[in-house]
Design a protein around this ligand. Structure first.
Ligand SMILES: [Mg+2]
Length: 390
């Protein structure tokens, strides 16, 4: 089997109205008009001479056309190769820009889309699911949490919590940290959420890096969350602040989680060597695909660190890819089952229409995946054509 073509599409669904940043975010007011102006995704298809095609996704916060063009630029390196040589092809792509320092960022996100498409082809050709290629059904049922509650009025939050519970979730994440100066009033809302949800619901908090400038606030909030029995404290600091994360882990009992903004096994290894995290959250649409994410999860296992895949900000493609990785990883903890869009008033066709999730059953906060070959992703090309940028 040989690769014959690589096709890539930058999809963009503009917001019908301007929205403010839905999450705490450093300099949110200054960046929201760019970052949160559209739902975005970059899709990659790899075709073969046996008529089998695979699909993957590149995480796209901005400039999907740049990701699309990187994927297309890599095409000559792939043509004629056996797509099942995933390690070799990954290494060729990695080495192409390695000595230019492109070991993070857009280049890795472009590699991610191609790499996942190769695994999809391999699975389809072998007529097995990708989780089988990875090592089998270590976790035949995936524990899930609802992602995410945003701090708003308790009237709205009570309804959301009740809805998640009615849908079968026993774990939920709360986005905090919108106003680092006013964290005490946020903690009052977290306390009200805890009270309404009940002690049998597991809660986690996610800051999206917004205490990055202030380690003391990060510590104080961590203690407050710990006192309320939250399970983990996610991304309080800037993504590369290894010393800061190590400090928090030394001074807090609540589990420290991070990794959605990280890119490769070498950068994750620096966190692990410092014992800076309890839970890692790589996103396979960012960390250069399934090939690299599997290594990151396995490496974390050796450091007694658990794996909780990040799936937000992308389409159902990465949600599905993450299910396969979660099925396999021995240190898998919990799956981020996205339940909300950036814009509460606008559905996201990249979630709702592009492809469906191959979920056989979701019950008592656990999902089981359908019997699929490859990744089990069936793309609606009408959605691709409708939202593809020229
Ligand atoms: Mg997060």
């Amino acid at each position: 089997m040989k690769i014959t073509d690589v096709r890539a599409y930058a999809l963009e669904v503009p917001m019908t109205e301007k929205i403010s940043a839905p999450i705490g975010f450093p300099r949110a007011a200054d960046v929201e008009e760019g970052v949160f102006a559209a739902y975005r995704s970059t899709l990659v298809f790899v075709d073969t001479d046996e008529g089998i095609s695979g699909v993957g996704e590149c995480m796209t916060r901005l400039s999907g056309t740049a990701l699309r063009d990187i994927c297309l630029t890599l095409k000559p390196l792939l043509i004629g190769r056996d797509p099942r040589d995933v390690e070799l092809i990954w290494d060729i792509m990695w080495c192409t820009m390695l000595n230019r320092g492109h070991v993070m960022g857009f280049y890795q996100e472009a590699m991610a889309g191609i790499d996942c498409a190769l695994w999809d082809i391999w699975g389809k050709h072998a007529e097995v699911p990708v989780w089988r290629l990875l090592g089998g059904a270590t976790n035949p049922k995936l524990w899930c949490y609802a992602s995410s509650l945003r701090l708003r009025s308790m009237d709205i939050l009570r309804d959301e919590i009740d809805q998640h519970k009615a849908n079968g979730f026993n774990a939920m994440k709360i986005k905090i940290g919108k106003d680092p100066m006013d964290w005490r009033s946020e903690m009052k809302t977290v306390e009200a959420i805890r009270k309404h949800a009940g002690d049998d619901i597991m809660l986690m908090a996610d800051v999206n890096c917004n205490y990055g400038h202030d380690l003391k606030t990060a510590l104080e909030v961590g203690r407050a969350l710990q006192d309320q029995g939250l399970y983990w404290y996610e991304e309080p600091l800037y993504p590369d602040d290894i010393d800061g994360y190590a400090h928090l882990r030394d001074h807090l009992d609540i589990r420290i989680a991070a990794g959605e903004a990280d890119f490769n096994k070498n950068s994750f290894a620096r966190f692990l060597r410092r014992d800076a995290l309890d839970i890692i959250q790589p996103d396979a649409a960012r960390t250069a695909g399934i090939t690299e994410t599997r290594k990151i999860a396995d490496m974390a296992n050796a450091f007694r660190v658990q794996y909780a895949p990040h799936t937000g900000s992308s389409s159902n493609i990465i949600m599905t890819i993450s299910m396969h990785l979660a099925m396999y990883a021995t240190n898998f903890l919990i799956y981020e089952y996205m339940q909300s869009n950036w814009n509460k008033g606008q559905e996201n066709p990249l979630r709702d229409e592009l492809c469906r999730l191959p979920i056989k059953e979701f019950k008592d906060s656990y999902l089981t995946i359908e019997d699929v070959t490859g990744l089990g992703i069936d793309i609606n090309m009408e959605v691709v054509e409708k939202y593809a940028l020229p």
